[in-house]
Design a protein around this ligand. Structure first.
Ligand code: C2E
Ligand code: MG
Ligand code: MG
Length: 508
């Protein structure tokens, strides 16, 4: 009985052991399976995440090198392809051509049919060009209505002109848009490697010059011609230096204050560009801006100035200094439909309120292409940026025309103001300009105020703001902050005013 019991106990124990071992074993298997499943899931997750990441990277790369609207290569990718074409042409001792084209009546389409329809036309250009180009040819959109075509197989001016002529014909075939037939005209500039340049920048710049020649002559297309290019070798050398100067930050901004004529209060400054040339020393804008204006360099130069000015504005805000900043624009900037977006972007980057920025444009700038200028100015105004007509009186525009523009201020040219003490005639011009402009609700700034008497006289005429050597010459930003802290001798009410109080400086 006892043996039986022992046997039974042993049996029960072994059975229990088997169950426990079984349980442990199956738990182990379970854990192993679970781990394996987990591992596989993780593997799948990592694989899908890295796939997503790869797709994202590819997408980012694609976006960085393509224009979002037309999906055509952008300027960066196109430049890269030009580099490749130059290397290959050097290896094979061959030539190739570059075409830069700009649509002529695009602005009208945008105006009459709206930007969305304008965009549809821009999107249709690529496919239409593609159908008449070879596979090795590249098309790019440089921005706005500007396109570029690289023709590695076009080794002569004649060959390039044949393609340009085909492009012009293809684009003059009407575009159908919502039941409307639209004609697009184009101006094409051609440059050849190595005849017109050995590097990407020179080739683009010369095709650009040729494009402007074609536009002026209403010729459809033109091959670059050195004898018609105002850019002499000396000017081209300077252009190269200016390009390097921009990269090396040799270009700096000086600031000149503008004061309220009645109170002497300084609430705004004008940014004026200076070039700290490594050999020639401080160089003034009249010696290099026209050069940049005749080439594509004015666009990067203006963006550089805007960036520097807004960075300065940001810094002043952090120091508790509230100053409006005025920046000068050039004619070609107003033909650039991307400018308003660039300005918006920079304001965003530097967190500057649009109302703190003023853009100064000369009358002649607007007259180059009034409808296009009006489009760009309207967009800028809609951003909340202030607009001012600079050097007023030197151009041919009438105040009644200017009134149609979204400007709020005119600046009487300094030549009239500086001559006021000697010339009754100039006094009359200044006085009547002030009368007319104020009557139209425009604010009037007098530039070139060099004496207390002129200030006083301008105040009598009803001028609003003064700017000139009487206050100070344009000075570097640090000097300006020190200058702002000192009192000035504003003549109007005959007492010395403290600008420190007037501008509300905190930290200076
Ligand atoms: P602006 O916009 O009419 O600028 C005023 C010019 O008058 C400045 O010359 C300034 O130094 C000068 N000025 C101011 N007060 C007086 C005065 O009381 N007497 C005299 N004699 N001159 C005075 P600056 O700096 O040489 O600039 C010349 C022009 O260059 C500017 O004329 C503007 O059209 C252009 N400019 C300057 N900076 C830029 C820039 O960043 N971009 C562009 N596109 N143009 C610029
Ligand atoms: Mg100005
Ligand atoms: Mg001026």
């Amino acid at each position: 009985m006892r043996r039986l019991t022992l046997t039974t106990q042993f049996g029960v124990l072994s059975a229990a052991l088997v169950v426990v071992v079984g349980l442990v074993f199956s738990a182990g298997v379970f854990v192993a399976i679970a781990l394996a499943v987990l591992y596989l899931a993780q593997l799948a997750f990592v694989a899908s995440a890295s796939k997503k990441l790869r797709i994202q990277v590819e997408e980012n790369e694609y976006q960085a090198l393509h224009d979002t609207l037309t999906r055509l290569p952008n300027r960066t990718l196109f430049r890269d392809r030009m580099e490749q074409a130059i290397l290959q042409a050097r290896r094979e001792d061959s030539r190739f051509s570059l075409l830069i084209m700009d649509l002529d009546r695009f602005k009208e389409i945008n105006d009459t049919l709206g930007h969305r329809n304008g965009d549809l036309i821009l999107q249709a250009i690529g496919p239409r060009l593609r159908s008449l180009l070879r596979d090795v040819d590249s098309i790019a959109r440089f921005g706005g209505d500007e396109f570029a075509v690289l023709l590695p197989g076009a080794a002569s001016a004649d060959a390039a002109m044949r393609v340009a002529s085909k492009i012009a014909t293809a684009l003059s075939r009407p575009f159908m848009l919502k039941g409307l037939t639209l004609d697009v005209e184009t101006s094409i500039g051609i440059s050849l490697f190595p005849d017109h340049g050995n590097d990407v920048d020179t080739l683009i710049q010369r095709a650009d010059v040729a494009m402007y020649m074609a536009k002026e002559a209403h010729a459809g297309y033109e091959v670059y011609a050195a004898d018609r290019d105002q850019n002499t070798p000396k000017r081209l050398a300077l252009l190269g230096e200016l390009r390097r100067g921009l990269e090396n930050k040799e270009l700096v901004l000086f600031y000149q204050p503008k004061a309220d004529i009645k109170t002497g209060k300084v609430t705004s400054v004008e940014a004026l560009l200076r070039w700290q040339h490594p050999e020639h020393g401080l160089t003034f804008p009249d010696d290099f801006i026209p050069l940049a204006e005749h080439t594509g360099l004015i666009r990067p130069l203006t963006l550089y100035v805007l960036n520097e000015a807004l960075a300065q504005s940001h810094q002043w805000q952090e120091q508790g200094i509230k100053l409006n900043i005025a920046v000068n624009l050039s004619a070609r900037n107003l033909l650039d439909s991307e400018l308003p977006d660039d300005v918006a972007q920079l304001l965003e980057t530097w967190q500057v309120d649009p109302s703190l920025l003023k853009l100064e444009i000369t009358e002649n700038t607007i007259m180059v292409d009034p409808p296009k200028a009006l489009e760009v100015l309207t967009k800028l105004r809609d951003l909340g940026v202030g607009l001012s007509i600079d050097d007023f009186g030197t151009g041919y525009s009438s105040l009644s025309y200017l009134r149609k523009l979204p400007v709020e201020e005119i600046k009487i040219d300094r030549s009239f103001v500086m001559n006021m003490p000697q010339s009754e005639n100039d006094q009359q011009i200044v006085r009547s300009t002030i009368d007319l402009a104020s009557g139209l609700g425009l604010k009037v700034v007098a530039e070139g105020v060099e004496t207390k008497d002129t200030w006083r006289e301008l105040a009598e005429f009803g001028c609003d703001v003064v700017q000139g050597y009487f206050l100070t010459r344009p000075i570097p930003p640090q000097e300006l902050v020190e200058w702002l802290a000192k009192p000035i001798d504003a003549p109007v009410v005959g007492k010395v005013r403290s600008r420190k109080k007037a501008v509300g400086l905190k930290a200076v």
